[in-house]
Design a protein around this ligand. Structure first.
Ligand code: SF4
Length: 393
């Protein structure tokens, strides 16, 4: 996942000749917003843009300061001056008025174009080419109109480069709800941050607010938690605390807080929270003082507490893990033992569909598995003819 915006030609755009800033027409809305903002301020309290500021003077006129001598202006002259500086004004307008209040939405949209790190000129040049960002399995491409308005193309990363006309187009952020329910094979996706988002669709022309809404619909709370983390305000609820909150049937999970302790929780995290299973970066641990041994992953957005999918799976495992081990005796050839291991690996890694019928070198090949079953299972389905419960013989 890219942590820096990928501007198609940003390096070229910011070469020795300086970035090639697109020509921007100052929209009337942006100019009116500047006048309104100045009206709301005391005279002499400047409104700051990149490279200059504007204030009202005491006589109903305006003063522009750009490092040189402050210049008194009439409203018409102010319009001219701001039209010459339309990039900086529209940048102010985009974030202060269109995007609005401080918070996750604004931080996310500024992050997309690195607005807190790059100049307006560099960003506008990059936006003119298209700035690409990854968010989970999403690809966001930010561009700019000749009025300084941001527009966003949102699609599955696998559909990068596919013409819009070849994809199912959407406009309404709520349309994303139907995209996240099922995976490519039509199976329900209980975990919205699983890397199983189906492609084939595009939101080709979203405004800033709608982009944010759409991303948050596809990956709920990911921007909010990413923002909290950036602000140093991510409130993490660790495993133990989460389990202590479970009641009723979920209370059984608490039994893992006894005896062998957090070893089971390592297995849960390895099974469910690995990057191959979930795009979030797990930040929760066993408890505040006890980190888990497995890596939390590299996702751009954090996971602040065990999710319902994990809690539900853990409940099942807790029941299974309450059983005592038994010794069974089977006969397997060395290849058959390895084949059992191959099958478990293939299922755990979700690779069974990739194994071709003709590939009998692969232990998890369907014919190989059927052969093993035919050879080693009895009529009741017992491996090696050994019943699971010897007392049931
Ligand atoms: S608990 Fe694990 S699987 Fe669930 S959202 Fe967090 S990282 Fe993903």
């Amino acid at each position: 996942m890219s942590d820096q915006p990928q501007a198609a030609d940003s390096a070229d755009a910011a070469d020795a000749d300086g970035p090639e800033v697109p020509v921007i027409d100052l929209p009337g809305d942006a100019f009116d917003a500047v006048l309104d903002a100045l009206d709301d301020r005391d005279p002499d309290e400047p409104l700051r843009f990149e490279g200059f500021s504007v204030a009202r003077d005491d006589d109903g006129g305006y003063v522009l300061a750009d490092g040189g001598r402050p210049e008194p202006l009439t409203e018409r002259e102010l319009h001219e001056a701001l039209s010459e500086r339309a990039a900086a004004v529209t940048d102010w307008y985009a974030f202060e008025r269109v995007v609005g209040e401080f918070g996750p939405r604004r931080a996310f949209l500024r992050w997309i174009e690195d607005a807190d790190g790059e100049t307006v000129a560099t960003r506008y040049a990059a936006l003119a080419e298209g700035i690409e960002r990854a968010w989970g399995e999403l690809k966001i491409t930010a561009t700019i109109t000749d009025r300084g308005e941001r527009r966003y193309d949102l699609r599955h990363a696998d559909d990068a480069g596919v013409p819009v006309d070849d994809l199912e187009t959407h406009e309404d952020p709520l349309g994303a709800r139907e995209l996240v329910t099922l995976d490519e094979k039509g199976r329900y996706r209980p975990l919205k941050t699983a890397p199983s988002l189906a492609g084939g669709w595009v939101f080709p022309d979203l405004g800033p607010r709608d982009l944010y809404e759409t991303v948050e619909t596809i990956y709920p709370a990911t921007v909010a938690n990413w923002h909290r983390e950036r602000e140093g305000e991510l409130d993490v609820t660790h495993w133990r605390e989460t389990m202590e909150r479970q009641s009723g049937i979920y209370g059984v999970v608490k039994t893992w807080d006894r005896g062998e302790g957090y070893e089971h929780v390592n297995w849960v995290a390895e099974a469910c929270c690995d990057d191959s299973q979930c795009l979030k970066r797990r930040e929760w641990q066993y408890d505040e003082d006890t980190d888990l041994d497995v890596d939390g992953g590299d996702g751009a957005f954090p996971c602040r507490e065990p999710c319902s999918v994990v809690v539900s799976a853990a409940r099942k495992w807790t029941r299974l893990e309450s059983e005592q081990p038994r010794t069974y005796e089977f006969e397997l050839t060395p290849s058959e033992k390895e084949q059992v291991e191959d099958i478990i690996d293939a299922v755990a890694d979700g690779r069974t569909d990739e194994i071709r019928e003709a590939d009998t070198k692969e232990g998890a090949n369907r014919y190989r598995a059927r052969f093993l079953r035919a050879k080693r299972f009895d009529d009741e389905g017992n491996l090696g003819g050994v019943p699971t419960d010897p007392d049931a013989e």
